[in-house]
Design a protein around this ligand. Structure first.
Ligand SMILES: [Zn+2]
Length: 390
């Protein structure tokens, strides 16, 4: 990349991040609550229950909490009874209403009857077999619909090309989707005894089509007898609805800089005490601040004698999740740092002036992350490795 081009790119990136930051000034006034499946499409089926009934029960309880405790927010449902609503219609409803947020509620199933736990998805390319299977399951309703070829532009969820369509997904809403996803996941984990299957990315048609921050939560496995018992109990559905409500309020507070009270999970009433600020380890804080912090971090690095000196790092992970660099997962890697780029947190090891040193670190890191590669930084800004080597 020549210098002029590089300059233009950095100008563009600056404006792009300003644009992302400007989004944070928005308000969260309209939410679409999407109860997965319905009518002729039962979703997954357990021994005693159907997914469409559990998702509807939780969706209605969740929406009711917003109407009761946060009446300035308009709640729009994709269905309020056992209606058949095509997948593409759900996205149309959200887009036509110009909603600020889209939450799709589902339950999971697996051939492995022991599989259990809650996971929350944001749109993205599914990279693991398990995520491909879940996306296929949730996209499969499309095949039950009449005229699916016209309504989905020839998309077939079972074809290998399905993921290519999703690779065209605009990442404009990914940052806020990831923030909401981690709040949903954390609140459900805090209030229920469901296990953590983490925030994930996969290609869901309904998330792909909505033009707003959006998540899809898989509350638990109806294919697991114990978990099914948990999911169908009314009092547990109340707890899950309160967890979704609190995640929504935390998100709204984050976007609008407000301090609206959460609900006490035991009483279902607003908590009286002042809400604690976002915990560093649990939820991502505003991205712009973090970027500044990570830039200072790299400027302060002790290995850099001269701040104008380029250094090399080994990048081994990119994820929407803002993780602690002291995380156990990174143990054994030297000098773990993170930076934010293209709506993803990218994690690096090492910060070396020497090319030989960084290659030695690369060799080590690749034992755990075979796709790791070398990148270069100068003054806290990423530069081409070729430039740094000169
Ligand atoms: Zn589903």
């Amino acid at each position: 990349m020549n210098i002029k081009k590089g300059f233009l790119v950095s100008i563009f990136l600056t404006f792009f991040s300003l644009f992302l930051f400007a989004q944070d000034g928005d308000q969260v006034k309209k939410i679409v609550i999407d109860a997965g499946h319905g009518g002729k499409m039962p979703g997954c089926v357990g021994k005693k229950s159907k997914e469409k009934d559990v998702t509807l029960a939780v969706a209605l309880k969740f929406g009711k909490l917003i109407t009761q405790h946060c009446p300035s927010v308009k709640v729009i449902y994709t269905r309020t009874d056992d209606a058949t609503v095509e997948v593409y219609r759900r996205a149309e409803i959200a887009n036509a209403n110009k909603a600020d947020l889209f939450i799709s509620i589902h339950c999971n199933a697996s051939e492995n009857k022991a599989a259990h736990g809650v996971e929350t998805f944001v749109m993205g390319l599914h990279k693991t077999e398990a995520n491909i299977a879940i996306a296929k399951k949730e996209n499969a309703d499309i095949l039950l619909e009449k005229n699916y070829k016209e309504n989905y532009g020839g998309f077939n969820p079972n074809s290998p090309e399905a993921s290519i369509i999703f690779s065209l997904y605009s990442t404009a809403y990914l940052k806020n989707s990831a923030i909401l996803a981690s709040k949903v996941q954390n609140n459900l984990l805090k209030n229920t005894n469901l296990a953590d299957r983490k925030v994930q990315q996969a290609g869901f048609w309904v998330l792909y089509k909505v033009a707003m921050p959006s998540i899809l939560v898989e509350l638990g496995f109806l294919s697991n007898a114990v978990e099914e018992e948990y999911l169908i109990k009314k009092e547990n559905q109340d707890i899950m609805a309160i967890s979704l409500y609190n995640a929504f309020i935390e998100y709204k507070n984050h976007i609008e800089g407000k301090n609206l009270p959460l609900l006490d999970v035991k009483t279902g009433k607003p908590e009286m005490q002042i809400q604690k600020p976002d915990s560093e380890t649990i939820t991502p804080t505003p991205v712009v601040q973090k970027v500044e912090k990570s830039q200072t971090e790299s400027q302060d690095a002790q290995t850099v004698a001269n701040p104008n000196q380029a250094t090399f790092r080994v990048q081994f992970m990119a994820t929407p999740k803002n993780m602690d660099t002291q995380s156990r997962e990174f143990r054994g890697f030297p000098n773990v740092k993170k930076y934010f780029e293209n709506n993803l947190w990218k994690y690096t090891a090492g910060d070396e002036i020497s090319w030989d040193e960084i290659n030695a670190i690369l060799k080590e890191v690749r034992k755990k992350y075979p796709d790791a590669f070398i990148i270069a930084f100068k003054n806290g800004v990423k530069i081409p490795v070729s430039e740094a080597r000169q």
